[in-house]
Design a protein around this ligand. Structure first.
Ligand code: ADP
Ligand code: MG
Length: 582
């Protein structure tokens, strides 16, 4: 082993810089945070070579006092806190006082600033932390910081930077994030001299539309809910607009963009049983929390936070988002599109949607088939207000296809319902309401059934014994591994001498099952199956009940319950024009 030596300030500075400044994107993030902390109302960012050649930021914030300017770039120098306790009081984005020092250690930096109320400002130029020029400078109140040749003295780091295009993309995405959280600040971004982004100051609504695009915006629902001193607000997409990744989830805590699993999970949970498990909604979530309930000092680049009361926050966010989805204003079109997207997910914004008008054959790929199934209809097919499809159906216009699908003639075409998926949705919604406190309808068994369970099944039974009555099962233990069942959920057809309950129990497996998985398992196993013949009355009743549910277009697993086929489409397929004689 070599002898232990204290590193020179130059070396330790470069090492410390690596924690904060990994790439141009981090530099931009820190500089923008400083401008926002200085209450800038306009921030102009210019990057060259993806920020690798230069990064220039100009703001109209409060400016840096001439006599403070050298201190601003010293390590652990900040105007934002005085002691560690202050981080539980402040709302500023910065607090560690290391960004400018770190950036300065690995670049050529120039700061020009003029403080509010001052007559003269100051300009200093450093190279790798050493002052090269220092003098008076006059400008409007605010600060301009220029970073050139990032990592010029750390060639190894420089070598590992990603391409110009990918850095530029990250930087632009970061600014879009800031722009969402700070709508009252105007942002302009230029890359290699070309303007790539320009957001004038405005309302949150205007900003959301600008950043997410006017094709996505109409599909977003606003939400806002408070719990004591905590507020969750923002915009979230209707189930029809989802993405394959989390890339369009913008989550802010007190204006700070965070990667937070808790909040992401809370949002996702609001969509449970509405969209398929592998899809993600587009969301802008602003959480406002008193600084005292928050630890912002848990991550080197401040990308994570910790909450004092995680459960309350999770519940608040989930219910706020869910509330937006349940609003009765959800349009029919949105619901139909949600079916569309759950079968044929696409990643692009709806604006990028291909307007395929070319003829397609029935044997085409799935994506093409969607075209004829889901042509946009100028008129809603179902009258959402009347709550069901029946108003548009004359009795008798129901058929069952292969004992599995219900086909219904409606005005303008036909609807095909998957009887199993539809019944699953109905049972799931009903048991959800029962778990939430509504009384379940129970059908008493004429002769109570004694079921002898396997050890695993009996284990599951004990774990879910509290939930079963909510579903409509009246059962109690009766000896070692035996239970006695006196009542089953009303309307359940496949009780099958107890096989149903057994299947549900063995489905649950080990560990404590979440209520939702009990409900889903119950819905899945109790629902009528494909292959069961239905009477006309049963088909009618199933359809009515389906349309009375909150989310009739998907089953609890997110799969579609129905498809529609339009007359227009059939006419096209049969090459009839509207004028063709019938
Ligand atoms: P921190 O933001 O954690 O305080 P920084 O190293 O990012 O640390 O900045 C150091 C100090 O420099 C800040 O506390 C602030 O007083 C000052 N400063 C930096 N950028 C600006 C700016 N754009 N406008 C006004 N003051 C600034
Ligand atoms: Mg800072």
């Amino acid at each position: 082993m070599a002898r232990i030596q204290k590193l020179t300030p130059e070396t330790s500075g470069k090492i410390a810089a690596g924690e904060v400044v990994e790439r141009p994107f981090n530099v931009v993030k820190e500089l923008v945070e400083n401008s926002l902390d200085a209450s800038a109302s306009r921030i102009v960012l210019e990057i060259d070579g993806g920020g690798k050649r230069s990064i220039r930021i100009d703001d109209d914030g409060t400016g840096i006092a001439a006599e403070d300017m050298t201190r601003a770039v010293e390590n652990y120098s900040t105007s934002k806190i005085q002691s560690i306790d202050d981080i539980y009081r402040i709302r500023s984005l910065g607090f560690r006082g290391e960004a400018l020092a770190s950036i300065n250690a690995v670049s050529r930096m120039t700061i020009k600033s003029m403080e509010e109320g001052a007559e003269i400002g100051r300009e200093i130029r450093w190279v790798a932390g050493e002052i090269r020029n220092d003098g008076p400078f006059v400008r409007t109140v605010g600060t301009e910081i220029l970073i050139e040749d990032l990592f010029f003295n750390l060639p190894a780091r420089k070598k590992f930077l990603s391409s110009e295009a990918s850095e530029t993309r990250r930087i632009v995405a970061a600014i879009q994030g800031f722009a969402l959280a700070w709508p009252k600040t105007a942002f302009v971004v230029r890359s290699n001299g070309r303007e790539v982004l320009s957001f004038p100051a405005g309302s949150l609504e205007e900003r959301v539309e600008m950043v997410l695009g006017s094709s996505v915006f109409p599909h977003l629902k606003q939400f806002s809910r408070t719990d004591g001193s905590i507020e969750a607000s923002g915009y979230t997409s209707m189930p029809s607009i989802t993405k394959g990744t989390r890339s369009s989830q913008y989550i802010f805590v007190n204006g700070r963009a965070v990667k937070d699993r808790l909040l992401g999970h809370a949002v996702r949970q609001a969509y449970q049983s509405i969209i398929p498990g592998d899809r993600f909604p587009i969301v802008v979530l602003m959480l406002d929390v008193p600084p005292a309930m928050l630890d912002i000092n848990v991550h080197p680049t401040k990308a994570e936070v910790r909450f004092e009361n995680e459960r309350d926050i999770h519940r608040l966010v989930s219910s706020a988002v869910r509330g937006a989805l349940e609003e009765k204003t959800v349009s029919f079109q949105d619901k139909v599109e949600s079916v569309y997207n759950s079968i044929f997910p696409r990643d692009d914004s709806p604006g990028a949607e291909a307007e395929s008008s070319s003829p397609v054959s029935y044997t085409d790929t799935e994506t093409d088939r969607s075209d004829w199934l889901f042509q946009e209809s100028p008129q809603p097919l179902f009258d959402k207000d009347s709550g069901n499809v029946r108003g548009q159906v004359s009795t008798g216009l129901y058929w069952q296809l292969h004992d599995s699908y219900i086909m219904i003639q409606i005005r303008g075409g036909m609807v095909i319902i998957d009887q199993h998926a539809a019944h699953e949705r109905i049972l799931y919604d009903r048991s959800r309401r029962n778990v939430d406190g509504e009384k379940p309808a129970v059908q008493s068994l004429l002769f109570p059934a004694t079921l002898e369970l396997s050890p695993d099944e009996f284990d599951s039974f004990e774990k879910v014994a509290d939930t079963l009555p909510n579903l409509g099962f009246e059962a109690e233990p009766f000896g070692m591994r035996t239970i006695i069942v006196r009542g089953i959920p009303a309307g359940v057809r496949n009780w099958d001498d107890g096989r149903l309950l057994r299947t549900i129990l063995s489905d649950l497996g080990r560990g404590l099952p979440a209520t939702d998985s009990i409900l889903r398992s119950f819905a899945c196993h109790s629902a009528i199956r494909a292959g069961e013949p239905l009477t006309l009355e049963e088909m009618e009743s199933l359809t009515d009940q389906l349309f009375a549910t909150e989310f009739p277009f998907t089953c609890p697993h997110g799969r579609p319950t129905m498809l529609r086929v339009e007359m227009r489409e059939l006419e096209k397929r049969f090459q009839r024009t509207p004028k063709t004689e019938r």
